[in-house]
Design a protein around this ligand. Sequence first.
Ligand code: HEC
Length: 104
Amino acid sequence: MKIAIRSTFVLAAALAVASAMSFAQDGAALYKSKCQACHGPAGTPNPAMAKMMGIKPTSDPAIQALTADQVATTVKAGKGKMHPVAGLSDAEVKAVAAFFKTLK
Ligand code: HEC
């Protein structure tokens, strides 16, 4: 009985780690396919794009100050010159917003 409980716990912990990892990987993959063209591979847009479209790098204090929820809202509803990003489920929007917040 004791052993069964313990192995259930280990299994649950392993699943939690696995799902946390796939969350991060999904966010990164989604960023690459949906955001990178405008925001650059690491959150800094190329200078021409930044100037023409007015995109701030993720190192900008104004971008750093955004919460993951605010990033998600921008992705879903658009903001200023950024159009809403189409083709993402709510879970994907959340994952990509969380990943965006990890970019400095
Ligand atoms: C077609 C180009 C384009 C794509 C693709 C794009 N963005 Fe943007 N993004 C912009 C532009 C342009 C702005 C600046 C908007 C403004 O201030 O007028 C911006 C601004 C932002 C901001 C700052 C909003 C604020 O409150 O100032 C966030 C956060 C953001 N984008 C996240 C994302 C994420 C996450 C994705 C991918 C899911 C994405 N963007 C995809 C062009 C793009």
